[in-house]
Write a protein that binds this ligand. Structure first.
Ligand code: 6GU
Length: 229
């Protein structure tokens, strides 16, 4: 998979892509991530990429020209499965969407900023608009990092234990069960005996039971989906 991120704040994406699992995935050649500074596609002498909104109102709007130049340059290099725009009024990211997008080959992710982007960008270049939840962030960069992380960790070979993405919360419409590590007894706070029993079948059963309990208590909406209601 290759992900091209277009942003006017590339610094915001340096850290998330350069540590831990996302870094390892790139080093192993399982994903290629390229961050593009929108300013480099500006033809303006001050390298500006935004301007005042027609009709007035507070806030600057990202202009179509630098975005179009950047996207057209990328498209001249390879073809893309999706051109995604990160925006709070997009479709909310869910595990199913992450699963689906993780199967794509080449993705462009455009980060919105300020008051948003010129509507013509959305009409002519964007194939998909994604939000990461019902709250407003200052820009799309953190949201793009969240989306990219959710996809990259699903790529074969990225996680050490290949089965571990399958046991994630949401992957089977259940939240994940509780986990414990050493010590088995911390000041009288004990780890459930079954986990120390070495009995794989009983442990699996216990985990499923706890996952169901937790999902019923915290996310009855997900529980309904799990039961197929
Ligand atoms: Cl994708 N962008 C911004 N600015 N805020 C958000 C978001 C995206 N998703 C949730 N809130």
């Amino acid at each position: 998979m290759r992900i091209d991120v277009i942003t006017c704040l590339p610094e915001l994406l340096e850290s998330p892509f350069n540590h831990s699992i996302l870094k390892r995935a790139q080093t192993k050649g399982l994903v290629e991530v390229a961050v593009h500074n929108l300013r480099e596609y500006s033809t303006n002498k001050h390298r500006a990429v935004d301007d005042y909104a027609f009709g007035g109102g507070a806030g600057m709007v990202l202009q179509i020209e630098p975005i179009a130049r950047c996207i057209e340059f990328l498209k001249s290099e390879r073809s893309y499965d999706e051109v995604i725009y990160m925006t709070p009024d997009g479709q909310t990211l869910q595990q199913g969407m992450a699963n689906e997008l993780s199967l794509k080959k080449n993705l462009i992710i455009l980060c919105g900023h300020y008051k948003g982007v010129d509507e013509r960008v959305r009409e002519h270049f964007i194939t998909r608009e994604i939000s990461i939840g019902d709250y407003v962030l200052s820009g799309g960069e953190l949201a793009a990092a969240v989306l990219a992380d959710s996809l990259i960790r699903l790529l074969p070979g990225v996680l050490n234990d290949e089965t571990s993405a399958l046991s994630d919360s949401f992957q089977d419409d259940l939240l994940a069960p509780p986990v414990y590590t050493r010590p088995a007894d911390y000041n009288g706070m004990k780890v459930p005996d079954v986990l120390l029993s070495g009995h794989a079948g009983k442990i699996e059963e216990w985990r499923h039971e706890k996952a169901v309990e937790r999902t019923e208590a915290r996310r009855p909406d997900i529980m309904k989906k799990h039961k197929g209601e």
